[in-house]
Design a protein around this ligand. Structure first.
Ligand code: FE
Ligand code: FE
Length: 198
């Protein structure tokens, strides 16, 4: 399926707000790919489709997890929204004929991240936070961090998310913490590839 056909499908199935967000994440991902030497086409596609499963009902989400062997832990059971990345990667494969493993993993990991995720996944993760229509307290700090390095943006973004989760007394998934610690370790060890670090 071409990117325009996928756009058309998403426009039909997602709310206007989510569709606009998807287009903006695509644009932000393209910019980050240019800045950090990522694959621009893959960044565009992954950004566009990253939330394709976000509006599925929890029952449908759980059914798809069962069908595809996605392990649903106790926190995900209570917070089905945590599953929309993983479910989205299968949904995109089956509905939009996306077969590129890098693109599918970037979609799968955009919600909680993953320690060691590749550049494309980092780009989509960060683009999701900073796309131009995003307007939440702290977003400008994440945008500034994204000028320094992807890892700094991941760290700053997750710190902000965790603060929000604590404020709302929601469950915090350990993988979010693992991704955050990974980004911090990358920055401290100077491995944030070729970019200004702490
Ligand atoms: Fe999402
Ligand atoms: Fe999103």
């Amino acid at each position: 399926m071409s990117i325009d056909e996928i756009k058309g499908k998403l426009q039909q199935t997602l709310s206007t707000k989510r569709f606009t967000h998807s287009i903006m994440v695509m644009e932000a991902a393209v910019q980050l790919a240019h800045k950090y030497g990522g694959d621009v086409e893959k960044a565009a596609l992954a950004g566009l489709i990253h939330d394709c499963a976000k509006e599925l009902a929890p029952e449908v989400t759980f059914d798809l997890c069962h069908k595809h062997g996605i392990v649903v832990d106790e926190i995900m059971r209570k917070q089905p929204k945590l599953l929309h990345g993983m479910v989205g990667s299968y949904f995109a494969r089956d509905m939009f004929e996306v077969n590129c493993p890098d693109v599918l993993s970037a979609v799968a990991d955009h919600t909680m991240g993953r320690p060691g995720m590749d550049k494309l996944a980092c780009i989509v993760f960060v683009a999701d936070y900073i796309e131009a229509t995003r307007d939440f307290p702290g977003v400008d700090e994440i945008r500034e961090a994204a000028q320094q390095s992807l890892e700094m943006a991941i760290l700053t973004g997750i710190d902000r998310s965790i603060a929000g989760i604590l404020d709302k007394r929601e469950l915090l998934h350990p993988r979010t913490v693992e991704t955050r610690n990974w980004a911090l370790n990358m920055l401290e060890s100077g491995k944030a590839a070729g970019r200004i670090t702490l």
